[in-house]
Design a protein. Structure first.
Length: 131
């Protein structure tokens, strides 16, 4: 379990919920920044375990949303995306995204990872993670 501090997403979400209820009531879906980029590329709304572990809403031992915490803080579960391993193909670049970006449609797009997991990969560190 990660200790709670202000760098995690949950305390920020709770602050908005408690201090800006009008804004919170307009929330349609919750996603991290890279998840929005992937959504625009693929029209697939997912996130990866590594990045979501920084929200304090992940049951790390079971690699699923921590429904107990979600229910405790009063979040709507349907506002959270499907979870995937970082390496899993989450979708493919759509025709619309390809036209906007000048790239080929159909390019596979993986779920991705948070900054530390990606930095370790780039540094050549090998860490075995079981999903």
């Amino acid at each position: 379990m990660n200790p709670i501090n202000i760098t995690y997403t949950l305390p920020k979400m709770l602050w908005v919920k408690e201090n800006e209820p009008e804004t919170w009531n307009k929330v349609y879906k919750i996603q991290l920044a890279k998840d929005y980029v992937r959504l625009r590329l693929t029209n697939e709304w997912v996130s990866d375990y590594h990045d979501v572990s920084g929200t304090l809403l992940l049951d790390v031992a079971n690699l699923r949303w921590a429904d107990e915490i979600i229910n405790l803080v009063g979040f709507e579960r349907d506002k959270l995306p499907e979870l995937l391993p970082s390496w899993k193909i989450a979708g493919h670049v759509t025709q619309a995204a390809a036209a906007d970006l000048g790239i080929q449609a159909g390019i596979p797009v993986v779920a991705g990872a948070g900054d530390l997991a990606t930095e370790n990969l780039a540094a050549g560190l090998s860490v075995r993670i079981s999903y």
